[in-house]
Design a protein around this ligand. Sequence first.
Ligand code: SF4
Length: 449
Amino acid sequence: MQSYKGRFEPTRFEDLTVTVDFHCHSACRFCIVQEGMNYYKGLPFDTYRRAVDDNREKRRYRRVTFTGGEVTMEKKLFDYVDYAHASGSFEHIRLQTNGRLMANPEFAKRLVDAGIDEFFVSLHGHDAATQDYISQRDGSFDEAMRGMENLKRLGVCLMTNTVLTTLNVAHLADIVETVRDLSPVRMEWWNYLPMEDYHDARGLLAPMSELAPALVQALARCEAHGIEAVVKYVPRCLLGGYAHTQDNTQSDVVIVEEFYDKYPKFACLYEAKCEHAEACLGLHFPYITKFGWEEARLTPYPRTTPWEEPEYGQWVGTDTPGAAEAAPGSSHPAWVALVEGVAEQHGAKLTDVILQRRACVFHFELGGSSVDVVLTARVEEGPALMRSRSFNLHYRNVVGEAKPELSSLVKAAVTSIVDRDPGGLHLDPRKGLVGAEVFRRRPRRLAAK
Ligand code: SF4
C-alpha cells in the first residue's frame, strides 16, 4: 500500500519570507530559483508595505527574511529593510545570502547598521575548488569566507546553509571544519530538490547509501563543536542518533508562492506505519524514480496514532526505478473533470494535476511539447487569459515546437473549464496574494485566442 504527500508541513507561520527580486551573480549548479529568475519579479513594495503594516497591528510574524536570487544585489533591499526595521514589529531581520558582497567590510556594516541581525549564508563546499565549481564563479568561496568573517566581527547571528548533492557529499564533515572557527549558531543541511531536472540529467542526486552516513558524520562534528544542526528533506530514520535534527518546516512565503509549485512531491513506502511520517516527508519523487523506494534502508518508527490518508494524489505510478509515469490526477476527480476529454481530442496527454494552496496546475504533454494551464482564485482586476466562475485562468511553461497545437489545446482547456466550472471551487484562501504583478512579462506570448 502506497500513499503520498505533496507539500511541506507544517509552515512556520511566525516567519515571513520576502523575495525582493531574483537576480544573482553566482550560478549554482543545483540552483532551485533559476526558473524564478526567468518568470517572477520580487514583491512589489506596496504589497510588502501592506504586509508589514498588517504585522505592526497583528504581530503575526516575529521574523522577516529577505531572499532572492542574491538579495544583496538589489539596491532596493535597503528600502525593504528600513521599512521592516522602522515598523518595530519584527524581533529579527534575516538575510539569506551567498555572502559574497559582505567581503566588503563597509557593505557588511551597512547591512548590519540597517537592522539586519541574522545572516543565513550559503556554504556548499569545504574549499575554494569545490564551492567555486558549484557556484560556477571563481573567487566565490574566498568572498563568502571573508564575508562571514566580517559579519562575525560585527557580532551578528551567523548561520550556514549547505545543499547536499553529489558535488559535496564526500566533504560534509569538512565543511563543518571550514566554518567552525566562525562559530555559526546553526548549520542547516538541505537535501537537493530538483525543480526542473526531475530526471537528474545533471547527476546531482546523491544516493542515500552515501549521503546519509556522510551527513551523520557532519552532524556529529557539529555536535562536537557545539553548533546546532538542522536537516531538511533527508529521511529521519537515516539520521541515526541525530534524528531530532530533522526539521522540514518552511517559513511563510506569502509572496510569489506560485514559484513553489515546482517543488517535487514526497513519499515514503512506510508512511502509514511510521510515527514520524507526517513531519518526515520521506523521499522526493525524482529520487524514488532514480533510486527506488529504499525499502531495505528505511526503518519506520512504530505508529502510536492512527494513520490518515493524505489529501494529495499519486504521481509515481510504479515501484520500478526509472519507470515511473505520472498518474493523471487520480485523486483529484473534481479538478480532472474540468478538462476531461480535452487532451484526447488534441492528441495530447494530461500527465499531472498539481493542487497547491493557491493554484491548480494542469500539465499537458503533446509529443515533445508541453504546457501548463493554471487556475488561481478569481479576481476581477488584472490580466487573465480567461475567467471562469471560480478562477482566473492562465497558461505557462510552454515547451517545444508545437506552439500552434499547444495554442489550440490551451484554448480548448480554458473553454472547457469556463463551461464546466460550477462556481464555488476554491483553493486555500489563507495566503491570497497572488496577482499578475508578481510575474515578469514574457517576450513572446502564446496566441491562445
Ligand atoms: S520510515 Fe518514517 S522516518 Fe523513515 S523515511 Fe519513512 S516516514 Fe521517514
